[in-house]
Design a protein around this ligand. Structure first.
Ligand code: MG
Length: 390
């Protein structure tokens, strides 16, 4: 079998009144870049990348550079093609768009591999430890018409948080970092009051703080029973990560903006974090994620991949997370204590909810891992064409 075609699709969906803010920016739209790889045997695979920022640069990397490397090659050698692609772009693309492009291609190759041998990707990776994964809802963003009107009323915030708990989620990740620390703590307090003590609460700063203000914010969070705090400082500020981690009693998480085993090396091995969060569609795909996971395991770092994008990204995450052993092993699996979890973004996103013919099933706070071949998904081409600009 050889690769014949590499097609890209830029997906774009204006959010209108559903727009929201993190500490860094407004999200007026959802977008992503899907890649479809075709073979001479009629098997096709899907991958995703470029969902953090504008997808056009990622598409350009695929169209103008990487496609020529893999066309005509064996799709069932994803690790070999990964090394060849990375070796060709290393001098100018160790992070960012090139690695997102490689991620999208790599995921599609694993999808083809699974379809070719009639097995889900999880089997190719060594098998699943679980057929459903505890899911945490991501929500409670800042909302408003513009940057001067960002403060959702606390009542609306409570209502949103409670809706996640009522729909079965036992874990919730919320945003801080846009407001003064005292104002953000009012939001956290309102959410904790709304969901009660039985829902695990995670807090994402999106690198809003320096090492001093991060310590102040995190130490204030302690009284709200927060399990982990995500990206307290800039992703490049490893000294800041180590300082923060030495001064707080809440687990520190990070890694969604890091790339490849080489990028994760210092983050994992020098005491920066308790929890590593590589994004499959960003860090280098499934092939590279395997290497990052091994590094994390060897250094005793808990691994819970970051998930942000369409249904393809979520499906890829479900496949790989199902293969992570409980860390550490005990005779009992407890979510976030030793059992890995999956991020389930709950913001308005038809690219996640409508793009696949099969819907994700949430059962008692756990997402069922699709058991079809490859990623276990079928793309609804009508929905894809509806949101595709290319
Ligand atoms: Mg985050």
């Amino acid at each position: 079998m050889v690769i014949t075609d590499i097609d890209t699709y830029i997906l774009r969906l204006p959010l209108g009144s559903e727009r929201f803010f993190s500490s860094q920016c407004a999200f007026p739209e959802r977008n992503s870049l899907l890649v479809r790889i075709k073979t001479d045997e009629g098997i096709t695979g899907w991958g995703e990348g470029g969902q953090y920022g504008p997808p056009e640069p990622v598409e350009s990397c695929i169209k103008h550079v990487l496609s020529d490397i893999i066309r005509g090659r064996d799709p069932m050698s994803p690790a070999v093609l990964w090394e060849e692609m990375y070796s060709k772009v290393r001098d100018f693309g160790q992070k960012g768009s090139y690695i997102e492009a490689i991620s999208a291609i790599d995921i599609a190759l694993w999808d083809i591999f699974g379809k070719a041998v009639n097995l889900p990707v999880s089997k190719l990776l060594g098998g699943s430890f679980r057929d459903s994964i505890p899911a945490y809802a991501t929500g409670c963003y800042y909302r408003g018409e513009d940057h001067l009107d960002y403060q959702i009323s606390l009542d609306a915030l409570k209502k949103e948080a409670k809706s996640y708990a009522d729909s079965g989620f036992k874990m919730l990740k919320i945003k801080i970092g846009l407001l003064e620390i005292e104002q953000d703590m009012e939001r956290v307090a309102a959410i904790r009051e709304s969901v009660g003590q039985d829902v695990k609460l995670f807090v994402d700063c999106n690198h809003a703080y320096n090492s001093f203000t991060a310590v102040k914010a995190i130490n204030t969070l302690e009284k709200f029973g927060v399990t982990f705090v995500e990206e307290p400082v800039l992703p490049e500020d490893l000294d800041g990560y180590r300082h923060v981690r030495s001064k707080v009693n809440i687990a520190v998480a990070g890694g969604e903006c890091e790339y490849t085993r080489y990028g994760f090396k210092a983050l994992i091995t020098t005491g920066c974090i308790d929890i590593v969060q590589p994004d499959i569609c960003v860090c280098g795909g499934i092939s590279e994620w395997l290497k990052i996971l091994s590094l994390a395991q060897a250094f005793g770092i808990f691994s819970i991949p970051h998930v942000w994008g369409s249904g393809v990204a979520l499906a890829a995450a479900l496949q790989v997370i199902s293969t992570i052993p409980d860390s550490p092993h005990t005779a009992n699996s407890v979510a976030m204590q030793n059992e890995p979890v999956v991020e389930y973004d709950k913001t308005h996103n038809p690219l996640r909810d409508d793009l696949l013919k099969e819907k994700f099933i949430l059962d008692n706070g756990r997402v069922i891992v699709p058991d079809g071949t490859g990623l276990g998904i079928d793309i609804d081409m009508d929905v894809l064409n509806k949101y595709s600009s290319g």
